[in-house]
Write a protein that binds this ligand. Structure first.
Ligand SMILES: CC(C)(COP(=O)(O)OP(=O)(O)OC[C@H]1O[C@@H](n2cnc3c(N)ncnc32)[C@H](O)[C@@H]1OP(=O)(O)O)[C@@H](O)C(=O)NCCC(=O)NCCS
Length: 138
C-alpha cells in the first residue's frame, strides 16, 4: 500500500465490520512508520487490507479486512500468506493478535491458519466485548 491508496482503502474499511475504525489519517500515520507493514489486495478496486506491527522477534496482526463482495474467495488467505512470507524475511518468528469473542468468521479464519487461542482480555472492545488472544509460530 502507498499513500495514493489511502482514500480507496479507507472507503473500503468504512464498510467493513471491524472492531476498530481506521480512518484515512490513521492510514497515513501507519504508512509513515518503519515498524508497520501494510498490504492490500486489488482487483478493479481494493479487495483486502492487512496491517502488521513489528515488535521483533514478534509481530502483531493489527487488522485484516476484506470487502464484502470479495469474501470467501481466498483474499484474506493470500494476504496472510504473503504477509507471513515478508515477516520471515524480517526475522519475525511469532505472530499474535486479538479478535472479538463474537467474531466467528475471523476466529474460524485464524483457526484454519494454525493460530491457537491462548488467552482472553475481558471487556477489550468498547468496554463490553471480550477479546480472544491468538498466536502462532511462523
Ligand atoms: C475474516 C475475513 C478477513 C476473512 O476474509 P476472506 O477473504 O473472506 O477469507 P478467505 O476467503 O481467505 O477464507 C479462508 C478460510 O477462512 C475460513 N473463513 C473465512 N470466512 C469465514 C466465515 N465467514 N465463516 C467461517 N469460516 C470462514 C474458511 O475456512 C475459509 O476457507 P473456505 O472458504 O475454503 O471454507 C473477512 O470475513 C472480514 O473482512 N471480516 C470483517 C473484518 C474482520 O472481522 N477482521 C478481523 C479483525 S481481528
Amino acid at each position: 500500500m502507498t499513500h495514493a491508496d489511502s482514500d480507496s482503502v479507507s472507503s473500503m474499511l468504512a464498510d467493513v465490520d471491524t472492531a476498530v475504525h481506521v480512518t484515512r489519517e490513521d492510514l497515513a500515520a501507519f504508512l509513515s512508520r518503519d515498524d508497520y507493514i501494510i498490504l492490500i489486495a486489488e482487483d478493479d478496486r481494493i479487495a483486502g487490507y492487512l496491517c502488521f506491527m513489528l515488535i521483533p522477534p514478534e509481530a502483531e496482526l493489527l487488522d485484516i479486512a476484506v470487502d464484502r463482495s470479495f469474501r470467501r474467495k481466498g483474499v484474506a488467505r493470500t494476504l496472510l500468506n504473503e504477509g507471513i512470507r515478508l515477516l520471515r524475511t524480517r526475522g519475525i518468528t511469532k505472530l499474535f493478535l486479538e479478535v472479538a469473542v463474537t467474531n466467528t468468521a475471523a476466529r474460524t479464519f485464524y483457526g484454519t491458519h494454525d493460530f491457537t487461542e491462548n488467552g482472553l482480555r475481558k471487556n477489550y472492545y468498547g468496554n463490553t466485548i471480550d477479546a480472544v488472544l491468538m498466536s502462532r509460530i511462523i
